[in-house]
Design a protein around this ligand. Structure first.
Ligand SMILES: Cc1cc2nc3c(=O)[nH]c(=O)nc-3n(C[C@H](O)[C@H](O)[C@H](O)COP(=O)(O)OP(=O)(O)OC[C@H]3O[C@@H](n4cnc5c(N)ncnc54)[C@H](O)[C@@H]3O)c2cc1C
Length: 370
């Protein structure tokens, strides 16, 4: 037989590759032809760190990331602080590229990996194996496929009963990275900052010498000059309306867990299995948890289909609640009018305890990963 294939060279694909290699399989990684998905910043919450530790990457990852010490929530119109949640557990920001390199280096150190920068175009399986057809016209036989090729990739289309994941039509994400040297010193504090406006929210945190900045807003408001309309001279974030800042327009993924995670010898991981909006900063962390869970089941179960089945059962149950919570969080952050005012009041009264109780379930990783 011909080993395991993994499709997708993002965080989840790399973590799945590491898991399969660690379990002793030969792996072929089909990383696709699209531009790398490893751009911008990403925050990894405590559950993501449990997974990184479980994959043996914790120490290297800590050295390549920025430890953040609190999450501060403020009102975008007044600048007043609504909640400051101290972070006692590990919580850090990464350059996505750096996180990818941490996993990639571990993969390369094991060897037994065949990397191919082609797309998978067709998946076909018999009782004994899987045949993949790739964009260069080749075909490839493998024992099984871990499809981590994103919410709209071929894996999701082949496995999930509810079709590809989509993007919100009414909202957009604008992303930028700004040198911290160009900003007042408080932007460099080791904090994850959330600013809640009316139908709009802004997240920023430091990564190395840069500030990672993400603005989620109604698509109709993204027209030339949107920055100065949103962050006018009276705004506490007015400095970010600077025309010199280059913004990248990013579609906002909707919450769409796959209705089914496995079809025979093909199993989903990462966004392919659990596309979600970024409002809980969980997508990549859940992809790491998929990898850690795969490592455990592939290592403990000689039969590949049985290992995929146990992994899929465990992770599907675990992730469904997180996807739902990411969706609800986005709705709360996107409130406008009087509802937004009430939200701010409730957050102010509920304080860190309210936020901690909302996040506790999200951050409690599968204890068996520890
Ligand atoms: C604005 C924003 C902010 C975010 N912030 C955070 C955060 O702070 N913390 C967090 O945990 N998550 C965050 N996320 C979510 C996180 O970015 C994603 O969940 C994560 O990157 C998904 O990784 P993945 O490997 O599953 O998929 P992707 O990164 O989408 O990778 C899919 C891969 O599949 C490949 N591919 C596609 N088609 C094919 C094919 N036919 N054949 C082979 N390969 C193929 C692609 O080239 C790509 O390499 C954020 C998302 C957004 C949009």
């Amino acid at each position: 037989m011909a080993g395991i294939a993994v499709s997708g060279g993002g965080i989840a694909g790399l973590a799945a590759t590491l898991a399969a290699l660690r379990a002793g399989h030969d792996v072929t990684l089909f990383s696709g032809t699209a531009a790398p998905a490893l751009q911008g910043g990403v925050q990894i919450a405590p559950n993501g760190w449990v997974a990184l530790d479980s994959l043996g990457l914790g120490e290297v990852a800590r050295a390549r990331s920025n430890r953040l010490h609190d999450i501060t929530v403020r009102a975008l119109d007044s600048g007043s602080t609504l909640i400051r949640l101290p972070l006692h557990e590990p919580y850090a920001s990464f350059e996505r590229r750096a996180l990818g390199e941490v996993i990639s280096d571990a993969v390369d150190a094991i060897g037994r990996l065949d990397r191919r920068a082609v797309d998978i175009t067709h998946i076909h399986q018999t009782e004994s194996g899987v045949t993949l057809v790739t964009s260069d016209g080749d075909s490839h036989q493998c024992d099984g496929l871990i499809a981590a090729d994103g919410g709209n990739g071929p894996g999701r289309r082949y496995v999930a009963s509810n079709g590809p994941a989509g993007h919100a039509g009414d909202k957009l994400v604008m992303r930028a990275q700004v040198p911290l040297a160009d900003l007042p010193a408080h932007f460099a504090l080791p904090s994850s900052n959330l600013w809640l406006g009316r139908g709009v929210h802004v997240v920023h945190y430091p990564i190395g010498r840069m500030m990672n900045l993400v603005v989620t807003l109604p698509a109709r408001r993204v027209a030339p000059g949107w920055q100065s309309r949103l962050l006018g001279p009276a705004s506490p974030l007015a400095i970010l309306a600077d025309d010199a800042i280059e913004w990248a327009r990013t579609p906002l993924p909707v919450a769409a867990a796959a209705g089914c995670w496995r079809r025979g010898r093909v199993v989903l991981a990462g966004d392919a299995a659990h596309s979600m909006p970024p409002h809980l900063a969980q997508g990549a962390g859940q992809g790491l948890q998929d990898g850690a869970c795969l490592a455990r089941h592939l290592g403990g179960e000689p039969d590949l289909e049985a290992a995929f089945a146990s992994y899929a059962r465990e992770r599907a149950a675990e992730v469904a609640r997180i996807v739902q919570k990411a969706d609800v969080s986005g709705r709360i952050m996107g409130l406008s009018g009087p509802a937004a005012h009430l939200r701010d009041l409730a957050l102010n009264v509920g304080g860190p305890r309210l936020m901690q109780s909302w996040l506790a379930e999200v951050w409690s990783a599968d204890p068996s990963l520890a």
